[in-house]
Design a protein around this ligand. Structure first.
Ligand code: UGA
Length: 438
């Protein structure tokens, strides 16, 4: 199938390359000339395992190219909107301006037989408003809603081998048949692999996505709330997570207590969901998400307080090594990163903070010039009064506690991700603290 993808950020670039890799002919559109040039040269603008390879292969196959020019859009039959929907600067709601701009850019080139596929995460009701926008502009193109569920760090795998595919179809039977036919062709290889397809109307498809992210956020805040109780009682939250996770109604995933969730999705999605519920007159229905957000924010401040205690009550002129800046391992994304929040807060209170991250150092330098950056953990920890592990990269889990002890000023480790083995670190002479574990 000949498709365009609009927006070549995280979602769009991975989607474009992945779709080309399974045989579609893809034109990736973006307004950012530099990004388009980099992608056409096979250069990724973000850190994502496996993406560079799939991008280069797709470019070499001749089935993928990127452009800022919409003129050839009319030669393509499906158009996939992959732009971001960040939190608005002055409210909790999602900023839909990129979604509307994407549709408006496509409209002049759409035939009535074309299908526009929305993949961005949007508040419920957005797809209906996009149909109105199409019709108001005189277009009879069909809209389908097809939310994405990719995780950073696993983006290629999640795009090519999803757990499920959601089809949000229009009410009119002709449009629904057309949309389904296009989606079936787009995802033919996944359907052959018996990936479950769940079908609903637009509102259902939109809500599947925000419900999934809200549930994941709730699971994390739940276990973090339990971690608080563990700290007050001497219980071990990781053992509790293991035990409750063995109940297959609960499951073991997303029960890792620590400094909480960040990134470009979970925080803004729960806030946008609450904001939309307010607009729909059902504020109370999602009141619990406010507490999910509060629990999450308190985790970061809790780690700041633990650090202050470890330093004897004052940050002034103390050396603090921060291992990790990205919001999760295998990503260089620092949006809403708990690690970066904590590093900045501690630095703002007078400590000399040295951060190191295997992939995100360049972002730290660009976004937080007040923070010093080191090439690796051993360099960051030189003469440190305390070491904070804030993103659980494998290379930090593999650190040698004996060697690290040789470089620090005081061997005190605060493990914000419960990623290290307490016995091993204590045996190497460290004071070791973690989150919700004795
Ligand atoms: C999330 C969802 O997991 C994806 O399914 C969804 O498609 C994506 O948002 C999106 O909306 O595009 P992502 O933001 O890549 O994916 O990150 P997650 O893997 O969900 O992790 C989010 C945060 O939760 C990270 O900061 C991570 O460290 C934290 N986390 C995760 C925990 O603190 N504990 C856990 O047990 C799991």
């Amino acid at each position: 199938m000949r498709i365009t993808t609009v927006g070549c950020g995280y979602l769009g670039a991975v989607y474009a390359a992945s779709m080309a890799s399974i045989g579609h002919e893809v034109l990736g559109l973006d307004i950012d000339q530099a990004k388009v040039e980099n992608l056409n040269a096979g250069i990724s603008t973000f850190h994502e395992p496996g993406f560079d390879k799939i991008l280069q292969e797709a470019l070499e196959s001749g089935r993928l190219r990127f452009s800022t020019d919409y003129l050839s859009v009319s030669e393509y039959e499906a158009h996939v909107i992959c732009v971001g929907t960040p939190q608005q600067i002055d409210s909790a709601g999602a900023d839909l301006s990129y979604v509307y701009a994407a549709l408006d850019s496509l409209i002049p080139y759409l035939d009535d037989s074309d299908v526009v596929v929305g993949r961005s995460t949007v508040p419920v009701g957005t797809a209906a408003s996009l149909v109105e926008r199409l019709r108001a502009a005189g277009s009879n193109a069909t809209l389908a809603w097809n939310p994405e569920f990719l995780r950073e760090g696993f983006a290629v795998k999640d795009t090519l081998h999803p757990d499920r595919i959601v089809y949000g179809l229009p009410e009119d039977p002709g449009g629904a048949a057309r949309a389904r036919a296009v989606l079936d062709t787009l995802y033919a290889s996944m359907l052959e692999a018996e990936t479950p397809v769940v079908t609903g109307n637009f509102a259902t498809a939109e809500l599947v996505k925000v419900s999934a992210n809200s549930f994941l956020a709730t699971k994390i805040s739940f276990i973090n709330a339990v971690a608080d109780v563990c700290e007050a009682t001497g219980a071990d939250v990781s053992v509790i997570a293991e035990a409750i996770g063995l109940d297959d109604r609960i499951g073991p995933k997303f029960l890792r207590a620590g400094i909480g969730f960040g990134g470009g999705c979970l925080p803004k999605d729960i806030r946008a969901f609450m904001a939309r519920a307010g607009e729909l007159g059902v504020t109370e229905a999602l009141g619990f998400l406010r507490e999910v957000d509060n629990v999450n924010n308190r985790r970061r401040d809790h780690l700041v307080n633990m650090t202050r205690h470890a330093l004897g009550g004052s940050f002034t002129s103390k050396r603090v090594a921060v291992l990790g800046a990205a919001f999760k391992p295998d990503s260089d994304d620092t949006r809403q990163s708990p690690a970066l929040y904590i590093a900045s807060k501690i630095s703002g209170r007078g400590a000399n903070v040295v951060v190191t991250d295997p992939a995100a150092n360049h972002r730290v330098q660009a976004e937080r010039p007040n923070l010093a950056v080191a090439d690796d953990a051993y360099e960051a920890a030189e003469s440190a009064d305390v070491v904070l592990l804030l993103t659980e990269w494998q290379e930090f889990k593999d650190l040698d506690p004996v060697r690290l002890r040789g470089v620090v000023g005081t061997p005190h480790m605060i493990d914000g991700r419960n990623a290290l083995d307490p016995a091993r670190w204590r045996a190497a002479g460290w004071t070791y603290q973690s989150m919700g574990r004795p």
